[in-house]
Every structure is written in structure tokens, then in C-alpha cells.
Design a protein around this ligand. Structure first.
Ligand SMILES: *Cc1c(COP(=O)(O)O)cnc(C)c1O
Ligand code: SF4
Length: 344
């Protein structure tokens, strides 16, 4: 591996990744096949990090060519609940807006890896259809900007969209799910923060998987957001070889709290094509979560969730601290001891 570059640029080709010491020229032919199936890009901020737990999330890998029978092209069923282009409406009170398909980085485990990077941003005509649908469906009280990564759009474009959503008068809040504050913190400008600081509350869920992703520049971006009154939550994908370890997750969650981010979801990895090498079993995931329960402040505990393959929704998957025993229950404490409990 070479030393970190002094002025990192985005890495968008295998040649650039080889020069950065991320991939081996001997693997070029195989990785070219990977890059044909799944886009490659590493943002300048992430190209400049030396941490293996970060690099391995973005570096193309020959194991991605192993497609397993259970792996699905649309693992969470986004396409099954699409009333108008660009909108996924699965739960009554909230809907997902796919504002763009582009990202600053293409994560090797992404559950939308078959669609990210393909078409461009939502067109004006499509956005108008989305607004019409929302106007006709006031049960939707929350619009969730996702993608791709919605924060690759300009502050001006996002501001325009937020103004029109706010004008509907039917929304309680808007939520962004984004990896940008961490992987491309320079995009979180004062202008962007200004656009998010508005009467309609904007919440943000930052996608972050490893403590080393939170660089000084990322910390400054998070600060710009909290100063603009944006409550920050995090989502993390549990990944074998990256963060599937209580020590790494503890470090990540503690660091997030220091930057005013509340850990929200820890996702069991989805059945995305060519991602088997990142997956662990549910039982392994539960054991990691159980180890965190006793030793980490309650506000750093995320909910461990599985997006049920086929578009059946997200549910918490444990660990379970409670089981039936005769008329009552047996409750397990964080140290593993069991205690009886009886309802009235
Ligand atoms: C994950 C998801 C949401 C948001 O779910 P929360 O549990 O509110 O975070 C909304 N719609 C769809 C289709 C989703 O997949
Ligand atoms: S930034 Fe998000 S949507 Fe884009 S590749 Fe990574 S996980 Fe997928």
C-alpha cells in the first residue's frame, strides 16, 4: 500500500485505484469485470484515508463476482411500492423520494447497487408528479430524501424542492438519508446548511460504518448541520471484516455521540448481488448487539433491523431479552443471568 496522497482526488477508475495502492494491477482484468457490473468511485475525502476498515468498503473486490442464488436485484423491494416515478410509498405516514441516483462513493455492499449511478436526477416533470401525489395523499407526513445520495444535488436545487414540499402544508418533517457529511464533507457548505434551516423541520440520518470515516472535516460538516438546527441520527450497515465487532461499533457509536449524532439503525446486510463476503448471520449480529447492551450508554444503542427481502418492510431482529416460561416470563440481564418476571 502506498502512502496517502497529499491532495486526494476522486478515484473513478481502476488505474487511479491502483495508483492509490487500493487494488493490485495483477487483478485488473477481474476487477474490470466487477466494475462493469457495479460502478466504482471513491470520493476525495475517502481516497485520502489510510484506515483499512474504510478502504475495504469502497475498493472493488473479485469476490463481488460471486452471485449467490438468494441475492436479489431489488433486495428491499423499492420497485414494488412505486405510485409515481421517484417515490416509494410503503408505509402510510412516510414516503421515500429518490432525488438522484448518483453518489459520491459507490459502496461495495450497497443494497441499491443495481440502480445507483444509472439515470440522473429526478426531472422537473417527475417532481411535479410527486408533489401531485403528496397533495392527494395527505396521510404522508414525512418525505425521506434518498437516492443515490440526495446531498450530491446543489443547495439551490434542494432548497427549491424543500420550498415546494413545505408549501404543500401536509408534512410534519423532511428527512435526508445521506453519506455525504462523512464521505464528502466539503459538500455540506454554509449555503446548504442555510437551506436546511427552515420552518419545516429537516432531520438527517447520516450513513456511517466505521469510526475512521469521521475525519476532522466530517466532524466540521456535522457541526454545520447541528448549528442549522438539523437533528442528526445515524444508520450503519453491519459488515463482516469492517465493523462486525463490538469494539469497532462501540468506538463508532461513542464518536457519533461526541458529534451530536444519535445511533438510529444498525442494518443487517441486505441480499444485494455479489455482497456475500460482507454478510454475517443474524445470530452473529445478535451476539454483537448483546455485547454492546451492557457496556454502552443507552443513547448510543441503535435498533438492529432487517429489511425483509421482497419489500415486506424493516423489523427489529433482536437480540431478544425475554421468553415465555409457563404463566410468566424469563428475562435475561445484560450479563447473561436469567430472572423470572410475572405480569399481573
Ligand atoms: C426504511 C424505509 C423507510 C423509513 O423507515 P423508518 O423505520 O421510518 O426509518 C420508509 N420507507 C421505506 C420504503 C423504507 O424502506
Ligand atoms: S452512498 Fe448509499 S446509495 Fe450510494 S452506494 Fe453508498 S450505500 Fe449505496
Amino acid at each position: 500500500m502506498t502512502a496517502r496522497p497529499t491532495t486526494p482526488a476522486a478515484l473513478t477508475s481502476l488505474e487511479a485505484m491502483e495508483r492509490a495502492g487500493l487494488t493490485d494491477p495483477a487483478d485488473r482484468a477481474m476487477l474490470a469485470q466487477v466494475a462493469e457490473s457495479f460502478r466504482v468511485r471513491i470520493s476525495p475525502a475517502m481516497a485520502g484515508t489510510a484506515a483499512e476498515g474504510v478502504r475495504a468498503q469502497f475498493r472493488p473486490d473479485a469476490r463481488e463476482l460471486q452471485i449467490r442464488p438468494e441475492e436479489l436485484a431489488d433486495p428491499i423491494g423499492d420497485d414494488a411500492h412505486r405510485p409515481v416515478p421517484g417515490l416509494t410509498h410503503r408505509y402510510p405516514d412516510r414516503a421515500i423520494l429518490h432525488a438522484t441516483q448518483a453518489c459520491e462513493v459507490y459502496c461495495r455492499f450497497c443494497f441499491r447497487r443495481e440502480t445507483v449511478g444509472s439515470a440522473g436526477a429526478l426531472s422537473e416533470a417527475e417532481f411535479r408528479q410527486v408533489l401531485d401525489y403528496l397533495r392527494a395523499t395527505p396521510a404522508v407526513r414525512e418525505v425521506i430524501f434518498t437516492g443515490g445520495d440526495p446531498l450530491v444535488l446543489s443547495a439551490r436545487r434542494l432548497g427549491g424542492m424543500l420550498d415546494r414540499l413545505q408549501a404543500l402544508g401536509t408534512l410534519d418533517l423532511v428527512r435526508f438519508h445521506s453519506r455525504v457529511p462523512v464521505v464528502a464533507p466539503e459538500r455540506v457548505t454554509e449555503a446548504l446548511a442555510g437551506v436546511l434551516d427552515r420552518a419545516l423541520p429537516v432531520w438527517m440520518v447520516v450513513h456511517v460504518n466505521h469510526p475512521e470515516e469521521i475525519t476532522e472535516a466530517a466532524a466540521a460538516a456535522l457541526r454545520r448541520l447541528t448549528r442549522a438546527g438539523v437533528p442528526l441520527l445515524s444508520q450503519t450497515v453491519l459488515l463482516r471484516g469492517i465493523n462486525a465487532d463490538p469494539e469497532v461499533l462501540e468506538a463508532l457509536f461513542r464518536k457519533l455521540l461526541r458529534h451530536r449524532v444519535k445511533p438510529y439503525y444498525l442494518h443487517h446486510p441486505d441480499l444485494a448481488k455479489g455482497t456475500g463476503h460482507f454478510r454475517l448471520t443474524l445470530e452473529e449480529g445478535q451476539a454483537i448487539l448483546a455485547a454492546l447492551r451492557g457496556r454502552l450508554t443507552g443513547i448510543a444503542q441503535p435498533t438492529y433491523v432487517l429489511d425483509i427481502p421482497g419489500g415486506h418492510g424493516k423489523v427489529p431482529v433482536g437480540p431478544v431479552w425475554l421468553r415465555r416460561a409457563g404463566e410468566g416470563w424469563i428475562v435475561t440481564d445484560p450479563q447473561g443471568s436469567e430472572h423470572p418476571y410475572r405480569d399481573l
